[in-house]
Design a protein around this ligand. Structure first.
Ligand code: H2U
Length: 361
């Protein structure tokens, strides 16, 4: 970067654009805006007390779901077909003869819901490491089951009402489709082009760089790394990366699953500790595509998870992706380095662990 009128470029002081190589787009970083007062504004909403078991919650063990089906008395993870699926295996094809401005394509697939735990009053960071390993094993199992049939298996978790989550019971969703959706299609193109040009998977090279530079690292495990990416758009966005070249979640070794569970627990505990609230986010896994892509060379791919949390300044003040973001481009205030430092310095003991030990959890 070159000098400007104010002297040497300082990313904390001077607005600039950063390149997102996974989306081939730019984000405007305006860190000087963080000088607006913010000390002391840590508003904490009164946390609603979720009961461990609610006889009316359709996700709890032994309860009846919307379609009248009974859940088993599960004691670990539990997967069921979404009773209100956005994608179903059968739908007729739209007419082939189409105007270029009115194009439609066939969309088929399946939607599943996966409960992480039989209790409604826990979240991933409050679960035991071995319980998180079972979640990871189930994610891998779903990719193994649906991957041979569908090109894309999207595992995602919407956490918190702020992110549109409809049920407090710890769960995620899995949507498998007969098409590659927009985000993975873009990511596929970007990783492929990078690999062609640089001869190494983009995110493998990126993880090595971040592990050396350290300033954006939030949590480091033996096999995993959680960073606030250089190009993050959400204030506390993170990227979870394996250190080894791994194409899909189903390719992880038992040791890598253990380390992933530990890294997730540490990261998500820090998230909760940031504003002392169960931190809302949307997260999801991206790995090499499946279905017909299983027969192709996907060396350009590297497995990773994105965490997109909406909160900015406190438990109630969220970042809105509106105005400039909707009409021009993404913009952020605090730098990714500042966000990483804040998260990194937070304790790895959950703020609730004291309360919970008193309650004898
Ligand atoms: P969200 O909280 O992320 O919306 O996920 C809950 C999902 O659970 C939602 O997609 C499904 C909803 O369709 N669900 C059922 O399949 N059956 C039910 O009885 C309740 C909710």
């Amino acid at each position: 970067m070159s000098e400007n009128q104010n002297g040497m470029f300082d990313p904390k002081e001077h607005q600039h654009l950063r390149y997102n190589p996974l989306r081939d787009s730019w984000v405007l970083v305006s860190a000087h805006r963080m000088k607006r007062p913010w000390a002391g504004q840590v508003e904490k909403p009164s946390e609603t007390n979720v009961p461990r078991y609610d006889p009316l919650n359709p996700l709890c063990p032994r309860n009846t779901r919307a379609n009248g089906k009974l859940n088993p008395d599960y004691d670990s993870t539990f997967v069921f077909e979404n009773d209100f699926p956005a994608l179903q295996p059968d739908a007729p094809d739209p007419a082939a003869d189409q105007h270029p401005l009115f194009q439609a394509k066939a969309a088929r697939g399946v939607c599943k819901v996966m409960c992480f735990h039989p209790w409604s009053d826990v979240t991933l960071p409050l679960m035991k490491q071995e319980e998180i390993v079972r979640v990871i094993d189930k994610w891998a199992g779903l990719v193994e089951e649906l991957g041979p049939v569908y090109p894309w298996v999207q595992i995602f978790e919407n956490k918190g009402a702020m992110m549109g989550c409809s049920n407090p019971h710890p769960h995620c969703q899995v949507w498998a489709s007969n098409f590659l959706p927009n985000e993975p299609a873009l990511s596929d193109r970007c990783q492929r082009e990078y690999y062609k040009k640089h001869g190494e998977p983009m995110l493998l090279q990126y993880a090595k760089q971040e592990a050396e530079q350290k300033e954006r690292v939030v949590v480091e495990g033996k096999d995993w790394l959680a960073v606030v990416p250089y190009w993050a758009t959400w204030p506390y966005q993170t990227l979870l990366l394996p250190r080894r070249h791994v194409l899909r979640i189903s390719d992880l070794t038992p040791e890598e699953r253990e380390d992933l569970a530990s890294t997730m627990k540490r990261l998500l505990t820090k998230y909760d500790n940031l504003f002392e609230v169960s931190f809302p986010y949307s997260m999801g896994w991206h790995g090499a595509p499946t279905g017909p892509y299983l027969k192709e060379d996907n060396s350009h791919w590297q497995l990773h998870a994105h965490y997109y949390p909406p909160l900015l300044r406190s438990a109630t003040v969220k970042k809105f992706m509106v105005g400039y973001e909707m009409l021009a481009g993404e913009q952020r205030d605090l730098t990714p380095e500042q966000a990483a430092e804040k998260l990194r310095n937070l304790p790895e003991e959950h703020y609730k662990s004291h309360e919970d030990s008193e309650k004898g959890k």
